[in-house]
Design a protein around this ligand. Structure first.
Ligand code: HEM
Length: 108
């Protein structure tokens, strides 16, 4: 059973266990597994949680105010990335804006 089908068939408590850094193939495996995987994993979690807590992420809008669809296309190859797309990233609230400004030491 591969990682994806293990994940899809697991109960929610098993899913939490599967989400541990030790089970993420990007960090390698065996004796040479990434020594910084727990730090990296927690850093990524904190970054994503901080972004979601302070920014509203959504589709970009055209000049008429209509949402611009995202093609969903990916690059080819071993490491695949979404092809460039337009999006909207704005502070969630005035308080979030103040928090972001304070954290980035800007006065805007
Ligand atoms: C998303 C972030 C990271 C990814 C995807 C990643 C991935 C990897 C991979 C694939 C390896 C090689 C495993 C192998 O040779 O089989 C590795 C090794 C290593 N990583 Fe990371 N890494 C990340 C972040 C970090 C961080 C933040 C640190 C340190 C604070 C770190 C420290 C190390 C060390 C020391 C090794 C060598 C382990 C050894 O050869 O014994 N990594 N990492």
């Amino acid at each position: 059973m591969n990682h994806m089908s293990s994940f899809l068939n697991a109960s929610s408590s098993q899913k939490m266990a599967l989400l541990e850094a030790n089970d993420i193939l990007a960090y390698g495996f065996g004796r040479r597994v990434c020594a910084g995987r727990h730090m990296a994993d927690n850093t990524i979690w904190l970054a994503i949680a901080s972004i979601l807590a302070t920014f509203a992420l959504g589709k970009a809008k055209d000049e008429n105010g209509n949402e611009i669809d995202i093609s969903g296309e990916f690059t080819e190859g071993f490491f695949r990335h979404p092809k460039p797309f337009q999006c909207s990233i704005v502070p969630r609230t005035p308080q979030a804006k103040d928090l972001i400004s304070a954290a980035t030491l800007t006065n805007e």
